[in-house]
Design a protein around this ligand. Structure first.
Ligand code: B12
Ligand code: SF4
Length: 570
């Protein structure tokens, strides 16, 4: 009964398409006109006409006859939309086609939101990175829920405009909505921060017809309140990995980081039982292969992680090692050999580490105290436990010396980190860095795009900006030139050697298809084919047990090279 009344209320209040179109048109014309013709008298008269037209459309909408609601169909229909990602490091866009995939990871935030909504509601997921959003998808829904990171904001804006034009109620949440200081798209409801406690409240408010415009939890929720995500909504065959989350928050205080502003400095974890149940669900849905534990810092709460790892290892053993694990952790992971050993046993094969810079002064400036000591040794130690190290690097700190670009290149070369993601420092809203630069009057008033591969700066840098951008581009060009990259990949495979190599879950047809695609693209069509065959030959002779791994790395190298061609040149 309760649900029917919400659905009826929503359908009653959803504006007919044509009328909402008139209103949106009025708003658009008014916005454009204001900037272009601000002081013109005749514009004012026209604007009054627009206001009148908008009022009439509102009045007609309020008198529109209530649409008949078929009682049998009175189930709330929620469309979950993940906007499109631009072409960045983590999009892996140029590598995915080799695997026959469309997107790297499913939108875990939305799948979790789905699980927080009443079970009886009908839900559908449209991930724009997998397929386009059709008019019929929007028509189907009573409400549209969309998420976004900063980098997805343009696509989000389009999604909201399309859904609003069809008179749908739109609900937004996620990191962009939480941290932005810009005007958000014209949605009906905004969720700031985590939604474990606020969404159930929203459902109650909706029922009473008292849903608020904005929801923000008074406190960050414990992760015991996080349900198992609705993984079944994601069409798994299009993703190259699945995601689960163990913890949120990080105990450190890197100046540029917005994680600690969004998720806090006290890492909260799920229970072991929650984690293993999520893995059970993924396994029962038929998933095999990579699972990304999407924590801000997996070892943020070391005590709890130590308790989880043996159980995780036992679960993998019991289930025939279905998953290869990937996560993100701070560099101090290298200080704890017991932890490294337990991670290896539990099936971790890759770890992303925020190295940022080999320069001690710049690390101090970034308040990255956990990166003290010999970072090169730290990387080697992690690799010696069979884990490929992926890492983030940054140039543009105030303390960066003139030779920082060569030093970054040398560090990346010596550390044998194939997937080195180098970005230009940008200040994200709400971070300590943003606040400092604001105090120092150095912000340029340019919106942060969230895409740190773009050659844009949003604050006044100490180094000459032209020199900084040229230096950044020289890093990109060097580290992703095929010879450099393949050498790092070979070195990394050598250092991560272990007797029990990564479990492979071959689907014979797909694997042969992937092999053919890689061989044709990189070994025949690509102008760097000589380097590719040299790499293959050296892998076969020295690391044949890692042949599948080497093909994955070759595909990734191609993605990064394509990116460096886009961003690494003027
Ligand atoms: C996994 C992950 C990814 C995956 C994305 C997978 C996917 N399809 O979503 C990958 C690896 C692709 C990725 C890439 C990037 N990421 Co990322 N990523 C994360 C990470 C580590 C976890 C996200 C996650 O799944 N969380 C688990 C879910 C359950 O939490 P959640 O998303 O926050 O959702 C909760 C709430 O936010 C809320 N909520 C979320 N959406 C919605 C929607 C509605 C309607 C409602 C009501 C509520 C709601 O409810 C959920 C439950 O509480 C976060 C950090 C973090 N702690 O979240 C960074 C993070 C989201 N990423 C970030 C960034 C910067 C990037 C990149 C730009 C990095 C780069 N330079 O390349 C790229 C951009 C993507 C691209 N391809 O171009 C930033 C975003 C900053 C911002 N303000 O937008 C974050 C916060 C980390 C950081 N500070 O660096 N990322
Ligand atoms: S270690 Fe990583 S997540 Fe933690 S504060 Fe630093 S940058 Fe943020």
């Amino acid at each position: 009964m309760r649900e029917r009344s919400i659905v009826r209320a929503l359908r009653r209040h959803s504006t007919p398409f044509a009328l909402s179109g008139v209103r949106n048109w009025c708003d658009t014309v008014a916005r454009r006109g204001r900037s272009e013709l601000l002081h013109k008298y005749y514009w004012r008269i026209f604007e009054l006409g627009l206001i009148w037209l908008k009022q009439v459309s509102l009045l007609l909408a309020s008198q529109a006859p209530e649409r008949a609601v078929d009682v049998e169909e009175d189930v709330m229909k929620v469309l979950l939309v993940n906007p499109e990602f631009p072409d960045t490091y983590w999009s892996f866009r140029h590598a995915l086609p080799f695997e026959g995939k469309r997107c790297a990871f499913p939108p875990l935030g939305l799948l979790t939101v789905s699980a927080l909504l009443p079970k009886s509601w009908e839900k559908r997921l449209v991930d724009l990175n997998v397929r386009p959003l059709k008019g019929s998808d929007i028509e189907w829904a009573d409400m549209v829920f969309a998420t976004a990171m900063l980098v997805q904001k343009e696509s989000l804006r389009e999604v909201v405009a399309r859904c609003k034009a069809r008179g749908k109620r739109v609900v937004l949440g996620g990191p962009y909505v939480t941290t932005t200081i810009e005007d958000l798209p014209d949605a009906d409801h905004l969720f700031l921060g985590e939604a474990e406690t606020t969404l159930p409240q929203f459902v109650k408010d909706l029922e009473r017809g008292e849903a608020k415009r904005s929801y923000k939890a008074a406190e960050r929720p414990p992760l015991s309140a996080t349900p198992i995500a609705d993984f079944h909504l994601a069409d798994m065959k299009y993703y190259s990995a699945m995601s689960v989350q163990y913890s949120r928050g990080c105990p450190f205080q890197c100046e540029f980081c917005d994680i600690i502003e969004i998720y806090g400095r006290v890492p909260r974890t799920k229970s072991n039982h929650q984690m293993l149940s999520e893995l059970d669900v993924l396994k029962n849905l038929g998933w095999r292969g990579t699972v990304f534990i999407v924590d801000d810092n997996f070892i943020g709460n070391k005590k709890n992680v130590r308790g989880l790892l043996p159980e995780l290892a036992a679960w993998q053993e019991r289930n025939g090692h279905p998953f290869s694990l990937l996560t993100e952790a701070s560099a101090n992971l290298a200080d704890d050999e017991d932890l490294l050993d337990s991670m290896r046993t539990a099936g971790f094969r890759r770890v992303f580490v925020g190295i940022e810079t080999p320069d001690a002064e710049s690390l101090k400036e970034a308040q990255k105290s956990q990166n003290r000591g010999n970072l090169l040794d730290a990387v080697k130690r992690i690799q010696s436990y069979g884990m490929e190290v992926m890492a983030g690097f940054i140039v543009g700190f105030d303390n960066d010396p003139e030779d920082i670009f060569e030093r970054q290149i040398n560090f990346i070369r010596e550390s044998a980190i194939p997937l080195a993601m180098v970005g230009l420092l940008n200040a994200l809203p709400d971070t300590q860095l943003w606040k400092r630069l604001e105090r120092e009057g150095r912000l340029l008033g340019i919106d942060a795009s969230g895409n740190n591969t773009l050659c844009t700066l949003n604050f006044v840098t100490k180094m000459d900006p032209a020199r900084l951008i040229a230096g950044y581009q020289s890093i990109m060009k060097t580290i992703y030139s095929p010879r450099e990259y393949y050498q790092r990949a070979l070195d990394s495979m050598k250092r991560t050697y272990q007797c029990d190599s990564e479990p492979q879950h071959y689907d014979v047809v797909n694997s042969i298809a992937s092999l053919m695609r890689i061989a044709v693209r990189l070994g025949v069509i690509d102008r760097e084919r000589r380097e590719f065959w040299r790499f293959v030959a050296r892998t076969v002779t020295k690391h044949h047990e890692k042949f599948a791994e080497s093909l994955r790395l070759a595909a990734m190298g191609y993605h990064f090279r394509k990116l460096s061609e886009v961003y690494g040149t003027n």
